[in-house]
Design a protein around this ligand. Sequence first.
Ligand code: C2E
Ligand code: MG
Length: 670
Amino acid sequence: VIALDGSYNIWIVGFSFIIAYFTSYQALGLTRRIRSSTGKVMWGWLLVASVVMGCGVWTMHFVGMMAFHLNITVDYQILKTILSIVASVIASLIAFYVSSSEMTQTKLFLASCFMSAGIVVMHYMGMSSMLNEYMVISYNPLLWTASIIIAFIASYVSLRLFHRMNNTYNTKALKYIAAFMMAVAVTGMHYVGMESSSFWCIDPNYLNQAVNHESQYTLLVTVSAVVVITIFLTWLAQYWEQSIFKKMAYTDSLTGLNNRHAMNEIFKETGRNTDNIAVIFIDLDQFKFINDTLGHEIGDMLIQTMGARFNSFSSSSNTVFRIGGDEFMMLNYYRTKEEVSSLAQNILEEIRKPFDITGHKFEITGSVGVSYANEHGVTRNSLLKAADTAMYYAKNRGKNQYCEYNEHMETVVIRRMEIEKGLREALIKKEFQLHYQPKWNIETNKPIGFEALLRYTHPTLGIITPNEFIPLAEETGLIIPISEWVLQKASMDCLNWNRESDSQFIVSVNISEKLIESKMLAPLTLKALQFSTLEPRFLELELTEQMMIHYGQIIPEQVKPLTNIGVNLSMDNFGSGYTFLGSMNQMPFQTIKIDRDYIENYEVPTKKAVVNSLIELARQLDIKLVAEGVETKPQMDFLKDAGCSVMQGYYFKKPMPLKEVELWLKELAI
Ligand code: C2E
Ligand code: MG
């Protein structure tokens, strides 16, 4: 048996260290992603990191072997070579898996065990793969043990540093050091392991043979291939991650549509070439209501369904976005404007289609605004703003419609914004006023009560009519605190009149449908009655016929606690909706108010007939009747002859401020 001489090529040794360092650095970097992901993605990262690490250890070993020259022919057994790489990958996988979750001392220890075991097993399997029938290896037990200890300690330090890295700021430096330590674990183990081994030749015939170039060549090719695969894998994983992140960053998670960021990106791409671009802005009209009443889960599902419906409009010339909340947008390359308007119509139709979400059946509408790049500005902001303004305008005009932008809208929208701001301030500064219009009984020639009508004067825009500011207050939700104030103020004023003139006036307050929607009617009314100590029978709530049509199902339960204690209900603007005549007696109304339109046009035969039959109906159902908007004597005479005795209108008195009401009441008493 002859001892064999081994010698090292120091350059290749250095190269082997660089490989170990590079792959450790990559693999450790990849393990960070394992922590930040879950499920399949987590396993994907785990696999990539372990393949990179395993291949790194393997490559280092065989490059190290290339640096080592023995004066004997060396061959490598393919099967063992492959097995050694598999072992290395599996050990890395277990080590990374253990260290991927919340790190504890035990886990750190376990991970280091697996990591170093991988390195050691890989090394000694690699060594045994070069054995053949004329060669043996013996190991120095001390150095052999030292090689294992080095692998363990260096892995431990590396993993520990790397774990620290996630919790400190100085991450870059730590990552370099951690990778360095891992490289020390791999190369240190290898070369100390090599030191511990002595090579012996059994058959002197094989001695001093020339280097087997073919074998060295195969090894070189294999090693290079593995290095390339490692680099490719790392690159692929990073590319994949980037594209996933990009997709995530530009996709709305709820609907899968493009999001706001994607919109910015696309606008950047389109650049100046904006000739035939139309921006279509879409907003759902009743989304907030559904979200508030049916819950966010249903709201989310509604948005999802809506997103899918809108997605059907996606094409090479039409991109769909969800901007946020219930706002969607389409960017359309059009040929003719007719195309755009028919698209807008189709969108509205799509929104109107009934929904059935987990048993909740409902229908909603949307408002759509359109702007054209070549008319309304080429910059993204001006285009979006124009479409947004047009959408607001459509909403303002009664929803469920689309509007194309024009400059006039700008003034309308600015005015709205100013009024909205003014309303908020008025609420704080208590700048609202109530005017009162009497309801006159022509039989007794006395008022039976007053309707409270809200008045608001804007600091710069002047008097704003309720028909303008009430819808705005409703849209912004301000109507709730405003109504709270109206109910309290009207109740207190009524209490004062009744106390001073010793009469029994009823005060009527107009109720917004938003109070019904938000279920605030009963609580606010009860609060006002408690606050003012007005007897409930002196308060009347005016609900419009339109409200009965829309909220007929939920109104009875909401007014019940009020009618139970004696609060009166009146149906305002009766006749404007027609639908209610039939079921009139099923509703807890004491009074109906004939819509002003009938009084104004009482000479039109059909209107006359309706008024006559209404009066007859009220008589039979024992419901009180009030005619509103009586302006002239002929109107009054007609109503009187038809049998209506309570009237309200300019003919008797215009709505007046509180002071005037008090004076007027004093005069009446005289
Ligand atoms: P409404 O309930 O139908 O109120 C009657 C409206 O008719 C009042 O207009 C009143 O000034 C007007 N009016 C009364 N007599 C005549 C007449 O002889 N001829 C004409 N042409 N008009 C007459 P106003 O005060 O502008 O209120 C408009 C609407 O605003 C009200 O219609 C009501 O729906 C709403 N509103 C007013 N105050 C409040 C409030 O405090 N809360 C809520 N939610 N709505 C209110
Ligand atoms: Mg009214």
